[in-house]
Design a protein around this ligand. Structure first.
Ligand code: ADP
Ligand code: MG
Length: 694
């Protein structure tokens, strides 16, 4: 048995290592910097860098790299060795504070949405001391933020850090009203990561999976997820070995992998870590995705993180469990034990309700991607409509508050009438509404729309900022209150009245909900281009500028980057599809047709019935013709993209013409697959992919 506590975090330059290895005044200065967000003195940075280098070399590192999260959604790194020529033909191993604190990667190839073109060609990376450095594959990794020389964020980390700061500031102000003197409020995330695992040999025969991460064709297998025998089912030995290896690798990097199980679709699984501070959780999730793929490769497997690798079975998401907690150990979304505490809880709850309703569009945008479009708003959960689920008990409490009723009438809510109308209630543990995109789950919210391949930084930047905005509005109203509890309850009542349309406790997958949501005036932004069309609305730009999370320029840049990414993904998919059909599907169909024709001719020569062969040939020929027509239509559609006038029009064109064309083409190819003999069909089938690991 391995001693987990002993090796957990062994690759991380964490608090314990820092305490052991840094002079105590350096350690103190560093901690102060992290806690107060103060800039680090270069003299301190030099000492830290030297200790880091020594430690990293002991762990086998020869290089260091600033590790950052450009807008591509994946992480970036450029490795420099520690070697430094001494002028006499020898080298010493050197790493300075300056090198630790700041880097200047050649960043011109990262997406900037035009920012760098207009300001300055280079970007720089700046050490984020609130996320620990670590050693991996012979390099010391230093988590950094990535900015342009004029300070615009070119990455996903910088806005997240900004948003955490503003939420902290606003939450502390509110807590002061309640007489609480807390120094820190941090947001926490526990991202549950879904993924598919398939056999590598099968994967290598599917160019669509290799180039686009998803299957562009594939007839439904005879067995999908109908039997529901996979969810929480026994884990197959090969997968279990993979998961054990994955856990170990993650633990070494200080990532607290906790839960693992089979998910709903065949070959689908989930891993959930113990939650941590948003920034760290976001870094860890990026690392987790990378390690998941690397470990899979060692086992002859491939880990698919795409939101919808296979049509017809569930796709993968990343449930973003989110809460706020104080340095005094209080979870601000935990219903309290006393009515007074509950007033505070209800105020934070109301802040979230108001935020989600007012900025539904931003939340939707924060999870928009070509991959995630297959889940949201398609036939799968959660729907593209943002709504909130609160659970029965909490709902009763809010309804009572709204109607000014005493809670006596509501049996389920445990009351404390001694003090006021404010209820005492238990944590609702009964929530199992899986169809809600944004559910309260006892002491946190679970935002279920995030795509499995996405960084959680974007959605959490939005979430933090919109809740900070509610709290800031609330503070203005409550600042000079002389009867806080009464006024808080009034404000909660008013907020519930104004924003209750966002609350929906029913079945989010139903057609009725779509109609009902429309009556309520909620957004139903079904695709990425539709969602993005709202991004630069005045209210959104105003919000981010008010809190300094994004400048208008950064928002415009991000809009360009997101839309361009959408178009590029669809374009690669379409080209892959066209290529695969021409090079593999068409020749296979023709081969099979030829076999049938030979057979039919032979049979006719000896006057034997060829009813089956002729009927089959007829069907295949018709479908082959249809395929050819749709293929040409798709090629034409691709050629006409250039006529689009602007970014928005291009995005909509890709969705309406190219993507739709691909779907129509796929339908024909999938039908052909069911008719062509297995030995002729060039691509592994769905059954082979989904059931390849035994
Ligand atoms: P389920 O699948 O039932 O939702 P899991 O145990 O798979 O539950 O995942 C729950 C996730 O929520 C875990 O990552 C857990 O650490 C996280 N979590 C728990 N409490 C908080 C909190 N206060 N803030 C953020 N995340 C939390
Ligand atoms: Mg969950």
């Amino acid at each position: 048995m391995k001693n987990i506590p002993e090796f957990f975090g062994c690759q991380v330059f964490n608090d314990k290592v820092m305490r052991d290895r840094l002079p105590s005044d350096t350690y103190k200065a560093l901690v102060e910097t992290v806690e107060a967000g103060k800039p680090l003195e270069l003299s301190v940075a030099n000492v830290v860098a030297n200790a880091m280098k020594k430690w990293a070399i002991e762990k086998g590192a020869t290089h260091y790299t600033h590790w950052f999260q450009p807008m591509t959604g994946v992480t970036a790194e450029k490795h420099d060795s520690f070697i430094n020529p001494d002028g006499k033909g020898n080298v010493i191993m050197k790493f300075s504070g300056k090198e630790l604190v700041k880097g200047e990667p050649d960043a011109s190839s990262f997406p900037s949405g035009g920012i760098r073109a207009t300001f300055e060609a280079r970007g720089y990376t700046a050490w984020d001391p609130s996320s620990y450095a670590f050693v991996k594959e012979g390099s010391l990794y230093i988590p950094t933020a990535f900015c342009s020389y004029t300070g615009e964020a070119l990455d996903k980390k910088t806005p997240l850090l900004r948003s955490m700061e503003v939420l902290e500031r606003e939450a502390i102000k509110i807590l002061k009203l309640f007489g609480k003197d807390v120094k820190r409020v941090v947001t926490t995330i526990g991202p549950e990561q879904e993924y598919f695992i398939i056999d590598k040999e099968v994967y290598l025969k599917r160019p669509d999976l290799m180039y686009t991460g998803r299957t562009l064709f594939g007839a439904k297998p005879p067995k999908g997820q109908e039997l529901e025998d996979q969810y929480f089912g026994q884990i197959k030995p090969r997968i279990a070995e993979y998961m054990a290896d994955l856990d170990e690798e993650l633990w070494k990097l200080g990532i607290s992998a906790k839960t693992k199980h089979n998910e709903v679709a065949p070959a689908q699984h989930e891993m959930a870590p113990v939650f941590s501070t948003s920034n760290v959780a976001s870094d860890h999730n990026q690392l987790t995705m990378e390690i998941m793929k690397k470990v899979a490769d060692r086992h002859g497997l491939v880990c698919l993180l795409h939101e919808k690798p296979f049509a017809g079975v569930n796709g993968s998401g990343k449930h973003d469990n989110w809460s706020l907690s104080t340095d005094t150990g209080e979870n601000l979304l935990n219903p309290g034990k006393t009515p007074f505490e509950n007033a505070q809880f209800l105020l934070f709850l109301a802040a979230v309700i108001k935020a989600v309703d007012e900025y539904q569009d931003l939340l939707r945008i924060s999870v928009a991607s070509a991959g995630n479009d297959h889940r949201l708003g398609a036939n799968e959960a959660p729907p593209a409509i943002i709504s909130m689920f609160l659970g029965e008990e909490l709902q009763e409490v809010l309804t009572a508050i709204e109607n000014g009723e005493t809670l006596e009438a509501h049996k389920k809510a445990i009351m404390d009438l001694g003090v006021s109308l404010i209820p005492k209630f238990n944590k609702d543990t009964t929530d199992r509404n899986r169809t809600s995109p944004f559910a309260f789950t006892g002491n946190k919210f679970e935002f279920r729309m995030v795509g499995s391949a996405a960084s959680v930084a974007g959605p959490n930047t939005i979430l933090n900022t919109i809740v900070a905005n509610s709290l800031s509005d609330f503070y203005e109203e409550l600042e000079s209150s002389d009867d806080l509890i009464k006024d808080v309850m009034q404000l909660v009542k008013k907020t519930v009245k104004e924003h209750k349309r966002i609350i929906f406790n029913g079945n989010g997958y139903s057609k009725e909900w779509e109609e009902e949501a429309e009556r309520r005036g909620l957004y139903n932004l079904k695709s990425t281009p539709e969602a993005l069309s709202k991004m630069l609305d005045e209210k959104n730009i105003k919000l981010f500028e008010k809190f300094g999370v994004y400048t208008k320029g950064e928002m415009e840049a991000r809009y360009e980057i997101y839309m361009e990414n959408y178009c590029t993904v669809i374009s690669i998919e379409a080209l892959t599809m066209i290529d695969l059909i021409k090079k593999q599907v068409m020749p296979a169909v023709m081969d099979y047709e030829k076999t049938l024709i030979d057979l039919i001719t032979g049979k006719q020569a000896v006057s034997v019935s060829d009813k089956m062969e002729s009927a089959l040939l007829e069907k295949i020929s018709k479908l082959a013709d249809a395929m050819y027509v749709k293929l040409e239509a798709l090629e034409d559609a691709m050629l006409l993209v250039k006529n689009c006038k602007d970014t928005q029009e291009t995005g909509m064109y890709y969705k309406d013409k190219v993507f739709l064309g691909m779907q129509e083409l796929r339908a024909v190819v999938d039908e052909l697959e069911t008719l062509v003999a297995a030995e002729y069909w060039p691509l592994p089938t769905y059954a082979q992919m989904l059931y390849s690991v035994i």
